[in-house]
Each structure stands twice: as structure tokens, then as C-alpha cells.
Design a protein around this ligand. Structure first.
Ligand SMILES: [Zn+2]
Ligand SMILES: [Zn+2]
Ligand SMILES: [Zn+2]
Length: 442
């Protein structure tokens, strides 16, 4: 039996070893990811670039005689509350009491990993649009959380931090339409691309014709990690669910900048606890926790001020948001409802006197690593970089000069850097002197 908890099962492979003989590279590649990322990046019809080739996931790896576990689940349309069951899910939301008018969906945990299509492609031929649709829900809070009250100029924060909270991350496919997965061989397809049924297919591993029936599934990963829950008192300071989301992402982005944490390493979600009332939760994306959200709690007043600064300084429209303030790759489904102005108003109220008393001229400007880098680059005579430009494949690039197809290798992980290079971008090291030098010689 594979252990259900702990590190080993939390990482899975995208198997490229079934690729055609022409691509010997497939046999040598070893692609693995944490399951909470893999459910998005290795999902059927998702593509990645590796070993100079573009690989498209073709399905879920199934072990003979081992069925994938399936759960039925519902997410409340009203409050976002999550509930699951092996068979029948209660149509009534236990949090707000609203009856669901849609049928439960089915999730599975692809614990044996994924299989890439036999044919790989040259990257860039048809760049895949990256789509990240899904959400993370808190299944169970920490049993040994400790509590703090933090006094701020306009209100109080009640924080609870603890280890081993249980979360579920769900990828519900492009357009939120789920995936068809063959019950026999694991061959899969995004339903958005094949609305009616799973296309006729050959057996995922053997290549002979397969006539297996298909399930409509979402992909999920449940794991334990450190959880920080924050309640604003008085609660009405925040307001609607959209206001909560706007504040959540302002704080999340500010926390990453202030503490110099990669945005992939922490996540946030709202936890409903009665009608019209939500807690903010932040968690370490690494199973088991990595100490990040503990630091978030310790530095909370500073992070909130940085969040306020972030949503005050951005120059997108007040009622919208952009990659410079609230948007990120992983919160795409909420982009339309995120409002920078709302986040600023709420954060301003909570911080209250903390902001008003500060003399803007005397106060040291909170400068993030990114801001410091931009300032040094410009000081050394290079043109100011564009923040958050999107690559052809939809990857937001923190700092770049799109006209010169040049970017700084800042806040980009290895696969993102490889993807940009495949697209023809030149990457400069995140060193202002090197950047300035590159622009002098151009
Ligand atoms: Zn509800
Ligand atoms: Zn099949
Ligand atoms: Zn903005």
C-alpha cells in the first residue's frame, strides 16, 4: 500500500517513456511535480516544454487492479463552502443553508501520476494557452492552533496559526468543465475541447484500440500543511465576498514581496463560517509546511501596510485589477471580480490611524525586492522595465522589455525560464549592473 500522508505520494510523474521511438528524449526525461501543482500542469491536454520538446498530457496513469478513488462534491454558489462524500452529497450547504441547484461533481486523486502523448511537438509551433482553473478549500483546521489578537489603527485581527490543517486543491479543467477520463486505460481530455464525449482513442499505454467508457472528473489533491486563519474584527469592515477576495490577494502578493517568498509557495483561500462572513486563510503550498505562513503571521502589520501601499500605488483602474496589484496566474477565475479600490478602502479602514498618522514625507517607503531592483536598473541608466507583461503562452513576466524581447530572470522558476527561452526571449540575470550593461551594448 502507498502511504496516504507524508512526502512521497505528494509528488507524481508525467511519464514520457511511452513516446515514439523517434523521440529518444522521452525515455530519458524524468518529469515530476508536487501533486498540488501537477493536477493543473500535468492534467489532460495541458502542455509543458521539457528537453526541447513540448509534451501534452494524454491522461491519468492507472495501475492494474487499483481503482482511482472518486468522491462526489459540491461547492456552495452562495458562500463557497465545500462538502464531499463517497456517495450522496447533502444538497443543503451546512454553512449557509442554501440548497444547491446543480448536480454534485466528481473528483479523483491522480495518485499514480500522468502519461504524456506519444507524439511530442516542437515548442512554439502552437503555443498552448495556460489555463489554471480550480480552487483550494480548507477541509479541516489545525487541532493545535494558537491564537493572537493584533491591534491595528482601525480594528483588530484575530489570528490562529497551526500545523497539520487539511486542505483540498481541485483542478476543474479549462473553463471549469472538468476532464473526460477513460475508466479502462486512463486516456483523458479536457471537456472544454471535447464537449460531448471522450474522443475515440487508443489505449494510453499499449497503443491498441480502447473502447472503455469515460467518467467526467475533476482532479484533486488533499494534503496537510500549516494554516494561518485571520478574522478581521469588526467583521463588517470587509463586506462582500468579492471584497474579501480583493483583500486576500492584496495581502498574499504583499506577503510574497515583503518576505521574498515565491508566489507558488503560499496560497490563500476564503473560509466561510456563516452567511455573509468569511475568514482569510493562508497556507504553505508545500505539504507539511515550510514555515512561510508562520512568518506571515509574525510580520502581519508590516505586510498589511505593504498591501495597502501596493493597491494604492498601482495605476490600473480603481474598480479593476492587474498583474501589478491583485492578479496572478493562479487566481484567474476571480480576475473579473477583484477590485484594487475596494482592497485599498478595506485595508485603509483596518489600518486606520496606522496610515493616517504616518507623515508621507518622513515615512520610509516600503520597498520590495522587485521595486529595489527596478530602481537600481533605472538608476544605472537602463530603460524602465514593463511589469507583468504576458508572454505568448500567457505567462506573466514580472520584469521585461517586450519590444526587445528581453526579460529579467527574477521571480521565474526553471520551467518558466525555459518556456520563455523557447519563445525566443533573452533572459538577463536579476543583477542591475548586468541589466544596465546589456542595454548599453544593444
Ligand atoms: Zn453556503
Ligand atoms: Zn481507454
Ligand atoms: Zn493594478
Amino acid at each position: 500500500m502507498l502511504p496516504k500522508y507524508g512526502f512521497p505520494v505528494d509528488s507524481v510523474e508525467l511519464r514520457t517513456s511511452y513516446s515514439l521511438a523517434a523521440h529518444q528524449v522521452g525515455a530519458r526525461l524524468e518529469l515530476s511535480r508536487d501533486l498540488s501543482q501537477a493536477i493543473y500542469e500535468y492534467a489532460p491536454d495541458a502542455s509543458i516544454v521539457a528537453g526541447g520538446q513540448q509534451w501534452t498530457s494524454r491522461g491519468l496513469y492507472r495501475l492494474p487492479g487499483r481503482d482511482l478513488v472518486e468522491f462526489r462534491y459540491l461547492v456552495c454558489k452562495e458562500c463557497g463552502g465545500f462538502r464531499q462524500a463517497l456517495e450522496e452529497v447533502d444538497p443543503r450547504c451546512p454553512v449557509c443553508g442554501i440548497e444547491s441547484d446543480s448536480a454534485p461533481r466528481t473528483l479523483t486523486v491522480p495518485e499514480f501520476g500522468f502519461v504524456a502523448a506519444r507524439e511530442s511537438q516542437r515548442p512554439g509551433a502552437r503555443p498552448p494557452r495556460r489555463s489554471w482553473s480550480g480552487a483550494t478549500h480548507v477541509l479541516r483546521e489545525s487541532e493545535s492552533a494558537r491564537e493572537h489578537i493584533i491591534e491595528l489603527g482601525g480594528g483588530q485581527l484575530h489570528t490562529q496559526f497551526g500545523p497539520r490543517a487539511r486542505l483540498v486543491a481541485i483542478a476543474d479543467g479549462p473553463g471549469g468543465m472538468g476532464f473526460w477520463v477513460c475508466k479502462w486505460c486512463g486516456y483523458g481530455a479536457a471537456r472544454m475541447l471535447h464537449p460531448k464525449r471522450l474522443p475515440a482513442h487508443d489505449h494510453l499505454l499499449r497503443g491498441s484500440q480502447c473502447k472503455g467508457p469515460a467518467d467526467l472528473l475533476d482532479l484533486a489533491h488533499t494534503y496537510e500543511t500549516d494554516l494561518l486563519r485571520i478574522d478581521v474584527l469588526p467583521a463588517h469592515l470587509v463586506g462582500t465576498q468579492s471584497a474579501h477576495l480583493s483583500v486576500l490577494y492584496a495581502v498574499l502578493e504583499a506577503a510574497c514581496n515583503t518576505l521574498e517568498i515565491s508566489r507558488d509557495d503560499i496560497g490563500g483561500t476564503l473560509m466561510p463560517h456563516s452567511t455573509g462572513s468569511w475568514s482569510f486563510t493562508f497556507f504553505d503550498a508545500v505539504p507539511g509546511g515550510a514555515g512561510h505562513v508562520l512568518m506571515v503571521e509574525k510580520e502581519l502589520p508590516r505586510i498589511l501596510r505593504a498591501a495597502y501601499q501596493r493597491v494604492s500605488d498601482c495605476d490600473c483602474g480603481d474598480e479593476t485589477s492587474c498583474y501589478g496589484c491583485l492578479r496572478s496566474y493562479s487566481n484567474q477565475r476571480h480576475h473579473e471580480e477583484l477590485s484594487r479600490g475596494v482592497a485599498r478602502a478595506v485595508l485603509g479602514q483596518i489600518l486606520g490611524a496606522d496610515i493616517r498618522e504616518r507623515d508621507p514625507a518622513a515615512a520610509p517607503k516600503l520597498e520590495t525586492a522587485e521595486e529595489r531592483l527596478i530602481r537600481s536598473i533605472v538608476d544605472l541608466g537602463a530603460p524602465p522595465p514593463v511589469i507583468g507583461h504576458e508572454s505568448e503562452q500567457g505567462l506573466p513576466i514580472p520584469l521585461s522589455w517586450p519590444d526587445a524581447k528581453t526579460a529579467v530572470a527574477f521571480d521565474l522558476d526553471a520551467s518558466e525560464r525555459e518556456e520563455l527561452e523557447q519563445e525566443g526571449w533573452s533572459l538577463l540575470p536579476p543583477d542591475p549592473t548586468e541589466v544596465a550593461k546589456a542595454f548599453r551594448t544593444q
